[in-house]
Design a protein around this ligand. Structure first.
Ligand code: ZN
Length: 472
């Protein structure tokens, strides 16, 4: 296998661009039938997941594979000669990838998408020696972001999120989960969740919404006697019912950790969420081991995320459960911590492992899944194949979307990313280098290298034009 970057490959060499009609968000519609060929490797990840243990390494790679998409879904996938011979493929518009690698679009199952500003000032303080928890105790950390979010207009928050979503797409991500949690009062939490809904309607990526009103206890409750209980009452009696009434979230999350919520408090909040139709997930064992993983397994949470401090009993419980162990190495990297989650032990025990960015302004300001793959390989000792499974199919499972996304198989959405590499291992290998060449969401190109690089031949453009007319 060639190790070089196929820069300026066949895809770029083809004739003029014919589809310049665009949506207002800059994405381009594709003709109803599209045949993709010319991939050096097509990573199908066939199977509905979740992947555990050895099966995490099985990417279902097809060399010289082809994929036929129709109406935003995958209609056929397999060896090129077989797919090309299908009647539907013959009349489809053709896109040749010039030897690049195709994989399912990344499913980033843990982000804090909506926030008002960076916390670069804290980044510098930490480099100079202050710990994350020290900064938090002085009103920095999450409470700093809460102050900034409450002061921001919904429009400003939306514009910032839209820029971020474009960048997610530019790194090959097609679905993200997004949490509230920087509002921490009824008005501001609902403002964030309503924004998720608006953003879904206004740009192409899918956003799966999670209510995280239990991120930390906000002011003025922190300095009020019995304040935590009073805030939990607001969560349970006001926020959760309202979130449910307006259908603003699918999941309910709690930061169950030292300095946030206890295991017992988390349980009450998640049970209230469940009674209101919100499926539980948890931030668990990041700063300290609190027993959050055991709680997650007991209540059947879809995922428990972080896990830097888990012990052997926790790992065993995860392995026997369907709760996804979501690892967020970007967080430890950005905080300069040396202790990453024991991914090797978690995988070898048989737990379902996912990887996510934890995109947020305090501890993981990255939205690059390829960077997370690099960290997973070098810091968590996951192989490139394991990391890719964890960032696609298992991420989809963590969001209960494994029947629709996460692998390239017939019937699923045509959500895929194309990388400017000849071998999938080069995606994490070129760390910090964005080799994502094209991203497609529901059959629509949402990211391409430049205005003219994604091109179809004149012949296929003519066919598309006549196809569109015959449909009109
Ligand atoms: Zn988080």
């Amino acid at each position: 296998m060639s190790g070089g970057l196929p820069v300026g490959g066949a895809g770029r060499a083809q004739a003029s661009l014919c589809h310049d009609s665009r949506f207002s968000d800059g994405t381009r519609p594709l003709p109803t039938s599209l045949l993709i060929t010319g991939a050096s490797q097509l990573l199908t990840l066939l199977g509905r997941g979740p992947r555990r243990g050895n099966s995490l390494s099985n990417l279902g790679v097809i060399e010289d594979g082809a994929l036929l998409a129709e109406d935003g879904r995958i209609a056929a996938v397999g060896k090129r000669p077989k797919i090309e011979s299908l009647p539907a493929a013959r009349s489809a518009v053709k896109l040749h990838l010039g030897g690049r690698v195709v994989l399912p679009g990344f499913v980033d199952s843990h982000t804090h998408l909506v926030h008002a500003a960076s916390r670069a000032e804290e980044y510098e303080l930490r480099i100079q020696g202050a710990s994350y928890e020290e900064i938090a105790r002085k009103g920095g950390g999450i409470l700093n972001s809460v102050k900034k979010l409450r002061a921001a207009t919904a429009e400003a928050l939306k514009q910032r999120a839209l820029v971020a979503l474009k960048r997610f797409a530019a790194y090959g991500t097609t679905t993200i989960e997004a949490k509230s949690g920087y509002g921490l009062d009824v008005t501001a939490e609902l403002k964030i969740l309503r924004l998720h809904k608006e953003l879904v309607a206004e740009q192409p990526l899918d956003i799966v919404s999670t209510f995280l009103g239990a991120h930390v206890v906000p002011e003025p409750y922190r300095s009020t006697p019995n304040g935590t209980e009073k805030y939990i009452a607001v969560l349970i009696e006001r926020m959760i019912p309202e979130v449910s009434r307006e259908s603003l979230a699918e999941f309910c999350d709690v930061f169950c950790d030292r300095g946030a919520f206890s295991r017992e408090q988390s349980k009450r909040i998640l049970e209230a969420g469940r009674q209101n139709g919100l499926v539980p997930r948890l931030h668990a064992e990041q700063m300290a081991r609190t027993g959050a993983t055991q709680l997650a397994v007991q209540i059947g949470a879809v995922s428990c995320d972080h896990l830097e401090q888990v012990n052997t009993r926790d790992i065993r419980a995860l392995a026997k459960s369907r709760t996804v162990a979501t690892l967020l190495p970007g967080c430890d990297f950005h905080l300069g911590l040396k202790k990453y989650a024991p991914a090797r032990r978690i995988i070898d025990a048989g737990a379902v492992v996912a990887l996510a960015t934890d995109y947020n302004p305090g501890t993981s300001p990255t939205l690059s899944m390829p960077v997370i793959l690099s960290l997973a390989c070098t810091q968590l000792r996951m192989t490139p194949a394991e990391a890719i499974s964890a960032a696609t199919l298992n991420g989809a499972y963590a969001l209960r979307r494994e029947k629709q996304i996460g692998s390239l198989e017939v019937g699923k959405l045509a959500d895929l990313s194309v990388f400017e590499v000849a071998d999938y291992r080069e995606i994490p290998y070129y760390f910090g280098v964005n080799t994502c060449w094209m991203t497609m969401k529901r059959g629509i190109i949402v990211h391409g290298p430049d205005e003219t690089a994604i091109q179809f031949s004149e012949e296929t453009c003519r066919k598309a034009a006549s196809h569109e007319k015959s449909e009109a």
